[in-house]
Ligand binder design. Structure first.
Ligand code: SF4
Ligand code: SF4
Length: 208
């Protein structure tokens, strides 16, 4: 009883061991890796980060087939903060993909998603956390379609180029055949008419 009384007195003078989460943010665990940041101007669009990401938290959408322009998107609420994308990025050393020790507000407890930090095309456009999951699913399908569309565009471009090359070769072959035929015609004409030959040699003789 006395022990309990002393313990209660101690607790009155010391800080509580619990925190008022979610109103007070929970402390970051030791070695917490943080959110992924991306710099488009350093990216070579190799897609390695997208391929390696276990939960599929990085997506690239092809927004311009002709120019092969892709938009990077990252979903920090899907990310498991494994660092695999940074490890695989050939431009990570230059700062293309960086995992920085920042924390986002817990999803669903804020009315809007954080807008003060840029996390990529998708996160810049989502406004309500409520729709984040369904919009990400839709976005994933859109990215997939854009990839397929781009592959089809490339295949079509390749096919057209092949056709153009074949047409060019055919035209060149036809022109050459015509030239050969004309040359052959001239030779046979001069062989069949030796007088012309004689006359021609006579033409070359100097007049006395
Ligand atoms: S840290 Fe891991 S889960 Fe997060 S985006 Fe990179 S690869 Fe994906
Ligand atoms: S791995 Fe790096 S360079 Fe390659 S697409 Fe991702 S961010 Fe860009």
């Amino acid at each position: 009883m006395v022990k309990m009384f002393i313990e209660s007195l101690k607790n009155l003078t010391t800080k509580p061991v619990t925190i008022g989460y979610p109103h007070t943010p929970s402390p970051s665990p030791k070695d917490y890796r943080g959110t992924i940041y991306y710099q488009e101007d350093l990216c070579i669009f190799c897609d390695l980060c997208e391929d390696v990401c276990p939960p599929g938290a990085i997506l690239f959408e092809v927004t311009n087939f002709e120019e092969n322009i892709r938009e990077y998107s990252y979903n920090p609420y899907l990310c498991i903060y494994c660092h695999a994308c940074v490890d695989v990025c050939p431009k990570a050393d230059e700062g293309c993909l960086v995992q920085a020790e920042t924390r986002l507000k817990p999803l669903g407890r804020e009315e809007t998603l954080p807008k003060d930090i840029k996390l990529g095309y998708f996160m810049d456009r989502v406004t309500t956390p409520k729709h984040l999951d369904s919009q990400w699913d839709e976005f994933e399908d859109r990215c997939e379609e854009s990839r397929e569309g781009h592959d089809e565009f490339k295949a079509e471009k390749k096919r057209k180029k092949k056709e153009e090359m074949a047409a060019k070769k055919k035209l060149e072959a036809e022109v050459k055949a015509k030239e050969d035929a004309a040359l052959e015609n001239d030779v046979s004409k001069s062989e069949n008419n030796p007088e012309e030959k004689v006359d021609e040699t006579a033409k070359d003789k100097p007049k006395e």
